[in-house]
Design a protein around this ligand. Structure first.
Ligand code: UT7
Length: 349
């Protein structure tokens, strides 16, 4: 039998600062009623502006995952770090975590797949375990959205949705027959790449020049991030919410069914579905389509908002801590987001 990998340890970290919907209405025209009705979100956490970063939150989650796996940071032999909100444009958060946790000079890979980043990261790590290349892989999803969001009314469709936090798992080879990650399924369609994006800083100067024909002519440089771009809001996240919603409700069920079919399973075989926490309405729609009872779908977006690459591991960890995941359970992870990219994983716990 091919070597499978299992989640040997899991942890999460959320910052202590709680912002309710009513708190946000101090900064922009919005209301608790609007946000709850459209998204299910009641509150979210925002990192300390100066003391916390995507890496520091990732480290906190990683410490717990490593301890629960019964290993030390020195035993980790590869890092996969998923985020869209890195501490630096480059280098990525993987090396910053390696430094912070005083790990050996192991490989560190950053994944940029936004909401499906964690499942992509898990899939990459799974392949390294299957080939026998590594034995203890740390997979992290962490986001500090609050630093790049605009808390004015013009950005309210984005800034009421996202929150900060981190989740991590340690992946190890399993010796148990039938246990572990059964399969992962990764997809993308770049046709709507600009429907959910942050354009600058970036190398696509044309996008900016097209809108600003009078932009000063110059031979080299100067377009990566300009004062005009900053002032015009070009360095803020952009989202066509309805377009994302429409695609998500198609691709979530599709990729879940793909995972089930690949393993000869039915939706009734799922013990717990842990969807990326994009919008409670999306999760409810998917649940209904698959005919799953409330007890078989885990949602915590109400407390944390959408934490992008961190949302799946945070939700998985909370579900596990609440005793909703037991050995032998069939767990399905699924995500959809910017790119668009979408993914699923089926795990025998
Ligand atoms: O993980 C993937 C990441 N993203 C997603 O999954 C997002 C998927 N999309 C969604 O969740 C929804 O599209 C949103 C929750 C973002 C928006 O809900 P919607 O029902 O699609 O609203 P909309 O964007 O069509 O806007 C409807 C109205 C607009 O007002 P007008 O033009 O009808 O007067 C917006 O300006 O709601 C207004 N609006 C708000 N009002 C109060 C937008 N954001 C807010 C807000 N508070 N925060």
């Amino acid at each position: 039998m091919m070597q499978r990998s299992k989640i040997a340890g899991i942890g999460y970290y959320v910052p202590k600062n709680v912002y309710t919907n009513t708190d946000l209405s101090r900064f922009m025209e919005t209301s608790d009623e609007w946000i709850q009705e459209r998204t299910g979100i009641k509150e979210r956490r925002f990192a300390d502006r100066l003391e916390e970063t995507t890496t520091t939150m990732g480290v906190e989650a990683a410490k717990i995952a490593i301890e629960r796996a019964g290993i030390t940071a020195q035993d980790v032999d590869f890092i996969v770090f998923a985020t869209l909100s890195p501490d630096y444009y480059f280098p990525g958060c993987g090396v910053l975590l390696q430094r912070e946790m005083k790990m050996r000079e192991i490989g560190a890979l950053d994944i940029r797949n936004q909401c499906s980043g964690f499942i992509y990261a898990l899939s990459v790590a799974d392949q390294f375990i299957k080939t026998g290349m590594y034995k203890n892989i740390l997979v992290v999803g962490s986001e500090k959205h609050s630093f790049a969001m605009d808390f004015e009314t013009r950005s309210r469709n984005v800034s009421v949705i996202f929150g900060d936090g981190a989740g991590a798992v340690v992946l190890q080879p399993t010796q148990k027959e039938g246990q572990g990650i059964l399969s992962t399924h990764l997809h993308s369609d770049g046709a709507d790449a600009e429907s959910l994006a942050m354009f600058y800083p970036g190398s696509n100067a044309n996008k900016w020049l097209k809108d600003k024909p009078d932009y000063p002519d110059q031979e080299l440089g100067g377009l990566f991030l300009t004062r005009e771009q900053l002032e015009g809001g070009a360095a803020l996240p952009y989202m066509d919410g309805p377009a994302v919603f429409k695609k998500a409700v198609v691709k979530f069920p599709e990729v879940i069914k793909e995972a089930l079919a690949a393993n000869g399973k039915e939706s009734t075989d799922i013990d717990l579905l842990v969807p990326h926490q994009a919008n409670l309405r999306i999760s409810q729609y998917v649940q209904q389509l698959l005919g799953l009872p409330d007890s078989k779908v885990f949602n915590n977006i109400q407390k944390y908002g959408n934490t992008t690459a961190a949302s799946v591991p945070i939700a998985l960890c909370e579900a596990w801590e609440e005793g909703k995941i037991k050995e032998g359970d069939l767990i399905c992870l699924a995500a959809f987001g910017s790119g668009f990219t979408w993914a699923s994983a089926l795990i025998k716990w």
